[in-house]
Design a protein around this ligand. Structure first.
Ligand code: PNS
Length: 170
């Protein structure tokens, strides 16, 4: 008899300023592994974001609209408290290069100390996106470089609207 897949909930937290194809690759794989995935956009990521919380959430929603078991939400405060409130068993994060490792392990161990029942799971980023970050995509775009295929079309459009005057020939 075939077993029902587990209906566990996972949270994919981040600043998503803006969401990239690297994020989406991780979210898609998490959606395959878990019954439900909550993309949790940090309201207070600690950095000065280019996009408002509402803009970041809207772009994430549009980019994930083809994934029926994925929802986009926002959170403030500790991510593990948010995960607890939502009944999530895991935080799923992408791990790019060695440079991510130290900070991510530091956060995972702190989160474990705060909430042992919320497990951090790292998915190694697809090699196509191993060099990609939101800030690098914004920088390349601003300087007139081509970011097609690195961010979803809606993000490229919003970047054009927001930074239309900067960069080259826009
Ligand atoms: O996309 P980012 O900027 O790498 O995401 C970082 C984020 C938002 C996941 C991280 O800063 C976070 O979890 N912030 C919430 C506050 C919190 O729980 N801090 C303690 C983590 S050990």
């Amino acid at each position: 008899m075939a077993e029902e897949p587990l209906q566990h909930i996972a949270v994919c937290p981040g600043s998503f300023d803006p969401i990239t194809e690297g994020h989406l690759d991780v979210i898609r794989r998490a959606a395959h592994l878990f019954g439900r995935v909550i993309v949790a956009v940090a309201a207070d990521g600690g950095k000065q974001p280019l996009f408002s919380l509402e803009e970041r959430m809207e772009m994430a929603r549009l980019a994930c609209s083809d994934l029926p078991n994925v929802e986009v939400d926002s959170f403030e405060g500790l991510v593990v408290e948010y995960a607890r409130r939502r009944g999530a068993v895991a935080l799923v994060k992408g791990l790019r290069a060695i440079s991510d490792f130290e900070r991510e392990v530091q956060m995972a161990l702190m989160n474990r100390r705060l909430a042992e029942e919320v497990h951090t799971i790292f998915l190694v980023t697809h090699p196509d996106y191993a060099f990609l970050s939101s800030s690098l995509a914004k920088e390349v775009f601003t300087l007139g470089g081509d970011i097609a295929g690195l961010v979803p079309p809606v993000v490229a459009e919003r970047l054009r609207q927001k930074m239309g005057g900067s960069g080259e020939e826009r």
